[in-house]
Design a protein around this ligand. Structure first.
Ligand code: HEM
Length: 495
């Protein structure tokens, strides 16, 4: 190995033994992007002996994560977060193995671009509820986004009715599963990650392991319970289309055990909830800072939808500006600025550099989405960059990035919930802007409070703008009347 270290990709010098760890304390994507200027498309760091490779350009990411997917589709080993707390059944965190293939196939079957259409009625209902909540309780906008995203994901996973504040305890319980596993995955959280041999300790000697296994047992029970409710609904002939029903109806085709099925549906909340709600916070930040973009979007929506009804999915193909806005929200401030880590399953060479087996491989999504060659004014929120001269979505925007950004990841492990996520963001944004204006809040002297573009909260994997005040107000009395009607029977007015 020593012979090869001269060929490692370039990178900053670190300290003896701990390497570059101290240079990576906070918001590392900003630091990586500064280093990109010095070290180029691919660089390496040493995390106390663990090699980490950072891919800074689309070309490097696509050459490795797409074209050599056999080597780069693995995830790093996480003993506590993935193996103990989730029993190796968290599809997003597991190794690239046979179980992952079976699970991924089942998710794809239910969430691919065509299948995702069956969730549109649910997404319309959720969007109307969200707008009503924003109108009547605007100061708590962030918690409305969280509840709305949670409700949409749980509806998609289990066919549940929209969740209400009374359901908050169960959402908290599911949320706890996500947070436990994200916390456990943070570097330094558990010694066993540094000394894997500790995993062989008997449970009576290892409190952390005992507790982890106990959580796994409880969480498995919870997820199995959710799944068996769906099974009962199927038997009674009143199940709604959802991931769980699709898994249960095709369990033998997908070759999934009961436990695997339960965890597959259960983990969707962790993967889809915070990501979507954080992207909505980015949207609000953009609207507060770019009022002209908001007006432009509102004009386009009014032209297509009119003022007598809320937008719905029949407008989906007629609102390219909103599609462009969804892309720009995900590009401008990606909620997953470093994607999800990969791991090299074998040693490899790339452009004369050596990548050792077991190296962490990180895609610097933040830098790629701000590549000045692709986005000359990369720090501006400008959805029209994704439109062609006739105002349609420019499908040829980039050869390497069919979506116009890389926030959903790459290759075989690209986000399977992306169609669902895009649809949710589209409908939420269209309904919010049809009904409401978003403006900067003012201080006691009446001066606008301008939110910062770069202040953010790092939740472990997902990153969102730091909390900031802003104002949501109805665009007109008529809008309130349409919304009231939509709220009346619990369904959007167009139903
Ligand atoms: C704005 C919304 C979302 C963003 C930005 C996002 C982003 C991502 C990213 C970056 C990855 C890792 C990809 C890679 O390794 O290359 C991922 C994986 C995943 N996402 Fe999403 N996601 C979103 C919404 C959703 C939704 C709504 C669901 C499902 C309900 C979902 C389910 C998953 C799953 C299951 C994985 C693991 C895939 C695997 O490891 O094979 N995501 N997502």
């Amino acid at each position: 190995l020593l012979n090869y270290t001269n060929n490692w990709p370039p990178g900053p010098r670190g300290l003896p033994i701990i390497g570059n760890i101290l240079q990576l304390q906070r918001l590392p994507w900003f630091i990586f992007t500064e280093w990109k200027a010095r070290y180029g498309p691919i660089m390496s760091l040493n995390l106390a002996g663990q090699p980490m490779i950072i891919l800074n350009t689309h070309k490097a990411a696509i050459d490795l994560l797409n074209s050599r997917s056999r080597i780069y589709s693995d995830r790093p080993r996480l003993i506590m977060a993935a193996e103990i707390l989730a029993g190796g059944m968290n599809v997003a965190a597991m190794s690239y193995n046979d179980r992952w293939r079976r699970m991924r196939r089942a998710v794809h079957d239910s969430l691919n671009i065509g299948a995702a259409e069956k969730y549109r009625p649910l997404q319309e209902i959720e969007a109307v509820r969200l707008v009503n909540n924003l109108l009547h309780d605007p100061d708590n906008w962030d918690s409305h986004f969280k509840r709305s995203a949670a409700s949409t994901v749980l509806g998609t996973a289990y066919g549940w009715d929209p969740i209400e504040p009374k359901d908050d305890p169960i959402v908290e319980r599911i949320n706890g599963i996500t947070h436990r596993s994200v916390r456990a995955a943070l570097p330094g959280a558990y010694l066993v990650e540094i000394f894997p041999v500790m995993n062989h300790l008997p449970t009576w000697m290892a409190k952390w392991k005992r507790e982890g296994l106990e959580w796994f047992r409880k969480d498995t029970e919870l997820f199995k319970g959710f799944l068996s409710d769906v099974r009962k609904r199927i038997a009674a002939g009143n199940s709604k289309p959802c991931l769980a029903s699709s898994i249960l109806e095709n369990q033998s085709k997908f070759k999934l055990t009961n436990k695997e099925s339960a965890w597959l549906a259960g983990i969707m909340f962790a993967a889809g909830s915070e990501t979507t709600s954080s992207a909505l916070s980015v949207f609000v930040l953009a609207m507060s800072l770019y009022p002209d973009v908001m007006r432009e979007a509102q004009t386009k929506i009014d032209e297509v939808v009119g003022r007598d009804r809320l937008p719905n999915f029949e407008d989906y193909d007629k609102l390219p500006y909103i599609h462009a806005m969804v892309k720009e929200v995900l590009r401008w401030r990606p909620v997953t600025p470093l994607g999800l880590p990969r791991c090299a399953a074998e040693s490899d060479w790339y452009e004369g550099y050596y990548i050792p087996k077991g190296a962490l491989v990180i895609s610097n999504v933040w830098a790629m989405n701000r590549d000045p060659d692709v986005y000359p004014d990369y720090d501006e929120f400008r959805p029209s960059r994704f439109l062609d001269a006739s105002g349609k979505v420019n499908e040829k925007f980039s050869d390497v990035m069919p979506l116009g950004h890389v926030t959903f990841g790459f290759g075989r492990r690209i986000c399977p919930g992306m169609h669902l996520g895009n649809q949710s963001l589209f409908m939420d944004i269209a309904c919010i802007l049809w009904a409401l204006n978003i403006d900067q809040a003012t201080d006691s002297q009446g001066n606008p409070i301008v939110p910062s573009k770069d202040d953010c909260v790092d939740e472990g994997i997902v990153v969102k703008p730091a909390q900031f005040p802003c104002r949501f107000t109805a665009r007109s009395k008529d809008a309130i009347a349409v919304l009231e009607h939509a709220k009346g029977d619990g369904k959007p007015s167009q139903f």
